[in-house]
Design a protein around this ligand. Structure first.
Ligand SMILES: Nc1ncnc2c1ncn2[C@@H]1O[C@H](COP(=O)(O)OP(=O)(O)O)[C@@H](O)[C@H]1O
Ligand SMILES: [Mg+2]
Length: 323
């Protein structure tokens, strides 16, 4: 049975903004599920409803077997939340923050202390446990928030953009903890991110979200293989129609003297492709990314700064065959 189940879950803000649009989604126990999408896609709104922080407009959802509308306090007992707004207390030490949280959840002293030690160890803060949080770096705070979110042994941990604003090293640390949590504790996690790389690395399954809807759902590998597996860029005079006839080619598009080809298994098929193409000035091969997947479904890039040049967007405009 799914540990999280949404049926037609909807959130409307005012008359105009349909933030989450009839979302249907099941998440199984033990999954690390990623909601991936650009700013404004509806990711935070979705998990805020599931965490009972905001009311849904219509539809239903259950978390850990409890209905978000009818049994919100049961839902809250069974979840941990790591959201963007800093919520740990600056003037307390790391340990005191965890202690307070354990007390709020009615944990007995002995259990609480054992759990605090375990959680501090998990997020690598044992050495700094007695320092005030105001002396922590951004990455350490986020780690403390994760530890706190886990104190009461929730069945599901929700993380909203867990690495937003962190330096690369802290991001890598957070990724390690999330993976350890999943592997060693089997905690179900639902995280949102607009970093494709993050979703790809951490999540066993991803829902790509745009304009309040999940537009693609699957394992990272499944999502990418819908596009093809590799991208080959050819510079020079090339007949794109000939390329499209090859059975390992998923799509081909041309712009400014560059032909971009999405294909299956470039290491095996590149020679055959080049044979058909003839002479070219340059050849570049890379793997398909989740950004390509997003572009494929939406015609726009998930994250401009991190984009790969937006060629699928251009493909769309130049009339390439979008499946
Ligand atoms: N409290 C709110 N009032 C009105 N509109 C909101 C509110 N919160 C979010 N929105 C709007 O809902 C949409 C989805 O937002 P959000 O869930 O925060 O997206 P994401 O987390 O994917 O960036 C956006 O258009 C956003 O502007
Ligand atoms: Mg958000």
């Amino acid at each position: 049975m799914a540990i999280i189940s949404c049926k037609s879950l909807t959130k409307q803000y005012g008359a105009k903004v349909l933030a989450v649009d009839k979302l249907d989604l099941d998440i199984e126990e033990g999954e690390v599920f990623g909601l991936l999408g650009p700013n404004g896609a509806g990711k935070t709104t979705t998990i805020s409803m599931l965490c009972t922080l905001i009311h849904s407009t219509s539809g239903q959802a259950s978390v850990a077997g409890f209905d978000i509308k009818k049994q919100p306090s049961k839902v809250r007992q069974n979840i941990g939340i790591v959201f963007q707004e800093p919520s740990v207390d600056d003037l307390l030490s790391g340990r005191e923050n965890l202690e307070l949280h354990g007390m709020l959840y009615g944990m007995k002293e002995q259990d609480r202390n054992a759990r605090i030690g375990e959680m501090l160890e998990l997020v690598g803060l044992t050495d700094r446990a007695n320092d005030l949080v105001r002396e922590y770096s951004g990455g350490m705070r986020r780690r403390l928030e994760i530890a706190r979110g886990l104190m009461h042994r929730p069945k599901v941990l929700f993380l909203d953009e867990p690495t937003l604003g962190l330096d690369p090293q802290s991001r890598t640390h957070i990724w390690d903890y999330i993976r350890r949590l999943s592997k060693e504790h089997g905690t179900t996690m639902v995280l949102t991110t607009h970093y494709m790389e993050e979703a790809d690395l951490l999540c066993n399954r991803i829902g790509i979200m745009d304009l309040g809807k999940i537009i693609a759902l699957g394992t990272p590998r499944e999502l990418k293989s819908k596009i093809g597996e590799d991208i080959v860029r050819l510079r020079g005079a090339v007949d794109a129609d000939k390329i499209r006839k090859l059975k390992f080619v998923r799509k081909a598009a041309q712009e400014d003297g560059i032909t971009t080809v999405a294909l299956v298994d470039a290491p095996v098929n590149l020679q055959a492709l080049l044979k058909v193409v003839g002479r070219v000035d340059s050849v570049e091969v890379r793997e398909v990314t989740l950004n390509d997947v997003f572009l494929h479904y939406t015609g726009k890039e998930i994250h401009k700064e991190e984009g790969e040049g937006g060629w699928f967007e251009r493909v769309a405009r130049s009339g390439g065959n979008r499946a």
